[in-house]
Design a protein around this ligand. Structure first.
Ligand code: IDP
Ligand code: MG
Length: 134
């Protein structure tokens, strides 16, 4: 059954020139890129996207970082899209992410970890609405 997920190439990866290579890896999965947009995340969008982390010590830094420069926002669809993208991204901390995963290959630190991807179909629906509207 087809599923949608929200993926975002974070500011560090856009600034370092990895957009093409990262988009390629998502395309290589066979998932369909339904939406793709370059832009800057607003404070409000960042707060909505990361509301589950509000109150954590890294929250302020996370919002500052995700709004610090342009990102690439995508909606991908296909079978098990959420899990397929999470697996391709690798562990949250690039130091723990396997080689061959996007974070394992391009990540610098847990803060600058290259990509965001929805963690469930429910999160995906919510995040797609935040960044692309209902
Ligand atoms: P995820 O991006 O793999 O789903 P989450 O736990 O949802 O990971 O955290 C959201 C983002 O917050 C991470 O991608 C990472 O950039 C940042 N983050 C998570 N844990 C830490 C931490 O302990 N210190 C600093 N930043 C963190
Ligand atoms: Mg998460």
């Amino acid at each position: 059954m087809s599923q949608k997920t929200y993926v975002m190439i974070k500011p560090d990866a856009v600034a370092r020139g990895f957009v093409g290579r990262i988009v390629q890896r998502f395309e290589d999965t066979g998932l369909i890129i339904e939406r793709l947009e370059y832009g800057v995340v607003t404070q409000d969008e960042a707060a909505q996207n990361y509301r589950e982390h509000e109150g954590k010590p890294f929250y302020a830094g996370l919002v500052d970082y995700i709004t610090s420069g342009p990102v690439v926002k995508m909606v991908l669809s296909g079978p098990e899209a959420v899990a397929v993208c999470r697996k391709l991204m690798g562990a949250t901390n690039p130091r723990d992410a396997a080689p061959g995963t996007i974070r394992g290959d391009f990540g610098l630190s847990v803060e600058a970890n290259v990509v965001h991807g929805s963690d469930s179909p429910e999160s995906a629906e919510r995040e797609i609405a935040i960044f692309f509207g209902a």
